[in-house]
Design a protein around this ligand. Structure first.
Ligand SMILES: Nc1nc2c(ncn2[C@@H]2O[C@H](COP(=O)(O)OP(=O)(O)OP(=O)(O)O)[C@@H](O)[C@H]2O)c(=O)[nH]1
Ligand SMILES: [Mg+2]
Length: 228
């Protein structure tokens, strides 16, 4: 089934931006290198806007924004886990983005309205994600504006229990993903002290559950500008 994700729940997002009186809402997409941030953007745009890594090398090297439509803009970021030197640069670029401000009626506001942290379905090591949350994100934006989502649902069990014909998981994989979501929520709390909303899972590569991913974002959009 072909979706027009670009216009998905357009009126709902528009209503949120109308209430906040900002156009568009700015959403920063973060996560360790290879989590699938750029692939996620491409899934939403339904074309290759962001360059995706094809080898073992990380792909995105700077923060780049893409306007999805009149009401939503997405910010792709470079992933951490690419060596000490590069991580430092990438962290700086993300912090700079989170520190971007604008003035409206002589008050100062943060440019980025919300942050999505993308985790891989096969999340071996959560350490880099904790670091991202603790050192980069949480010092600069309040936790209610931070969401965690699980990508690569298709390979969460190393490709097992994914039906490539119907392009969907079987019940066993679904159960596994449900447990993963609960487990990640718990681990994030233990690792960072942050009590996140139960993550949704999806596959950017297979375009599966993109609607749930997008609903998660839309239903948890902030209600006001980000005061600094
Ligand atoms: N199987 C599977 N592979 C995926 C999925 N999403 C992304 N990938 C693959 O993971 C690799 C990395 O994807 P990217 O989108 O470049 O990851 P990124 O998070 O943008 O990485 P950096 O730009 O290095 O931070 C690519 O080979 C993608 O094809 C998914 O849902 N399932
Ligand atoms: Mg990328």
């Amino acid at each position: 089934m072909l979706h027009e994700w670009k216009n998905y729940r357009f009126e709902d997002i528009k209503e949120v931006t109308r209430k906040m009186n900002i156009y568009p809402v700015d959403i920063m997409v973060t996560g360790v290198t290879g989590a699938g941030k750029s692939t996620t953007l491409n899934a939403l745009f339904e074309r290759e806007v962001a360059k995706v890594g094809r080898g073992v090398d990380p792909e995105t090297m700077s923060v780049i924004s893409y306007k999805l439509n009149e009401v939503a803009r997405l910010w792709d970021t470079p992933g951490l886990g690419d060596g000490v030197e590069k991580d430092r640069l990438h962290e700086r670029a993300m912090v700079d983005t989170l520190l971007k401000t604008y003035t409206y009626e002589s008050k100062l506001y943060g440019f980025i309205d919300m942050v999505i942290v993308i985790i891989e379905g096969i999340n071996r090591d959560m350490g880099t994600t904790y670091k991202l949350l603790k050192d980069v994100i949480l010092p600069h934006i309040t936790p209610d504006r931070v969401l965690v989502a699980i990508n690569q649902a298709d390979v969460a069990m190393k490709g097992r229990n994914w039906d490539y014909t119907s392009n969907s998981p079987n019940q066993e994989l679904l159960d596994y993903l449900d447990n993963q979501a609960i487990s990640i929520k718990k681990r994030v709390r233990e690792g960072t002290g942050l009590d996140i909303k139960l993550p949704v899972y999806y596959s950017a590569e297979q375009s599966w559950n993109i609607g749930a991913f997008y609903d998660f974002i839309i239903d948890n959009m902030p209600v006001e500008r980000r005061k600094i």
